[in-house]
Design a protein around this ligand. Structure first.
Ligand code: FMN
Length: 185
């Protein structure tokens, strides 16, 4: 396959278009982030890369809390809206008719309407040139019953996480193949 050499670009994806909820005790906010990742298994840890000029930045840094919520592909308008409006001017929970639910954290709520929520405690902060990477340990995870199968496992035919890559929103569809299936062939 012929490949064209390009300038160095971030061609990593799809990643989830995750909705990160945060709060400061007075206001709650939501920021859409595509630069999210899994960075450790035990304890479970995730990274989020946030530009310091975002309204959410100070809430996360000051409270040491954030919640990673994964929307479905049919919630793309919420992801785009929460990623283009700022909490400085708009109450995004009210604007998008979303419900803030407190779990075990003091400040960062969950978004009830997202099938998956992971409450995180800030553990490490890495200031890079354009973005600050916050690494959080996942203290609690929640999954909506409607995306679970009869055995209580996530059914990706029911849960279609919203993907994002190079400025494009993507649908995700399961291949219905399990990890290690090639060993059984
Ligand atoms: C799909 C999508 C992905 C985004 N990913 C990031 C990201 O990884 N890091 C970031 O700092 N901003 C990202 N943004 C931009 C912020 O979501 C946007 O600036 C938002 O309005 C900030 O909200 P706030 O000011 O209420 O915190 C993304 C926006 C969209 C729509």
């Amino acid at each position: 396959m012929a490949k064209n050499k390009q300038s160095s670009q971030l061609l990593m994806g799809p990643t989830p278009a995750a909705l990160i909820s945060c709060g400061n005790g007075t206001d709650n906010n939501i920021i859409t982030l595509a630069w999210v990742g899994v960075v450790n298994s035990s304890p479970p840890m995730v990274s989020i890369a946030v530009r310091p000029n975002r309204h959410s930045y100070k809430m996360i840094r000051d409270t040491g809390e954030f919640t990673v919520n994964i929307p479905r592909d049919n919630q793309v308008h919420i992801a785009d809206g929460c990623g283009t409006l700022s909490g400085r001017n708009v109450d995004k929970f009210a604007h998008f008719n979303l419900t803030a639910v407190m779990g075990t954290r003091k400040y960062a709520p969950m978004i009830e309407e997202c099938p998956i929520s992971m409450e995180c405690k800030l553990e490490h902060t890495l200031e890079l040139e354009s973005h600050t990477v916050f690494i959080g340990s996942v203290v609690s995870s929640y999954v909506s019953e409607e995306v679970l199968d009869d055995e209580g496992k996530i059914d990706f035919n029911r849960f279609r996480p919203l993907g994002f890559c190079s400025g494009n929103y993507l649908k995700t569809a399961p291949l219905n193949l399990k990890l290690g299936y090639t060993l059984k062939e």
